[in-house]
Design a protein around this ligand. Sequence first.
Ligand code: UDP
Length: 251
Amino acid sequence: MRETVNILGVKIDNITVDEAGEITKNLIENSHKTCELIVAPNVEFIMRAQKDKEFFDILNSAQLATPDSIGIEIAAKRQKKPLKQRIPGQMYFRKVLEVGEKEGWTFYLLGGKGDTVKRTIQNVKKIYPNLKIVGSHEGFFEEDSEEEVIEQINQLQPNVLFVALGAPAQEKWIAKHKQKLKVDVAAGQGGTFDYEAGNIKRAPRCIQKMGIEWLWRLILQPTRIRRMAVLPAFLLRIIFTRDTTKGKWSN
Ligand code: UDP
């Protein structure tokens, strides 16, 4: 049985990145192109899920939920279930690429602006030269070309589909097309392609370790301030609520 933490009703796996790699491997080996959903909840996810029941249900239907961000770590500690490891999106991405290169998995990358996804592929291939990335598509397509994108993915039938359209769009997109998509696993990746392509610089290691990468990102992308406004509300709720496992949709 996997250890989990439940934060305001959202279930998250308490695992290390190596375990996340192993679980992904198991999912792929046992999936018959059944598009198993993988999510990476952070504080913005949890708060959004409090007012968006569809998103809440999608998150809780995931086969793997990796803990992203310091807020999740604080909430887990408050429940006396300290996280084994905080797993930023890019860390999970790299782990899956590393395992996938050894296992010979095929990958499809969907998302990002312009040539971001192409540059992501070029850069990760320098690190994992034997990686089989069989296809990609940028992330700003019209709804009427959605079917074309799905058709392309289904012709390739990759083991792993990474979707970076931002949350909650990427999770909703996967959930909406889950029945049709012929992939083993599909994972929401948020801004990971922006990091891999070099559009955004990741924080220096010491800032990452301190858990204030969100502040670094805010300085680089000040427009994120509105989205981040949920952080203090989340912390107050975690500090002052007796049972932090219960959320708006919990019984
Ligand atoms: N994006 C996209 N299509 C869209 C909206 C967003 O491909 O319709 C991409 C955007 O270019 C960015 C990523 O989705 O690369 C979302 O990044 P964000 O920083 O919002 O994700 P986070 O890491 O905060 O979840």
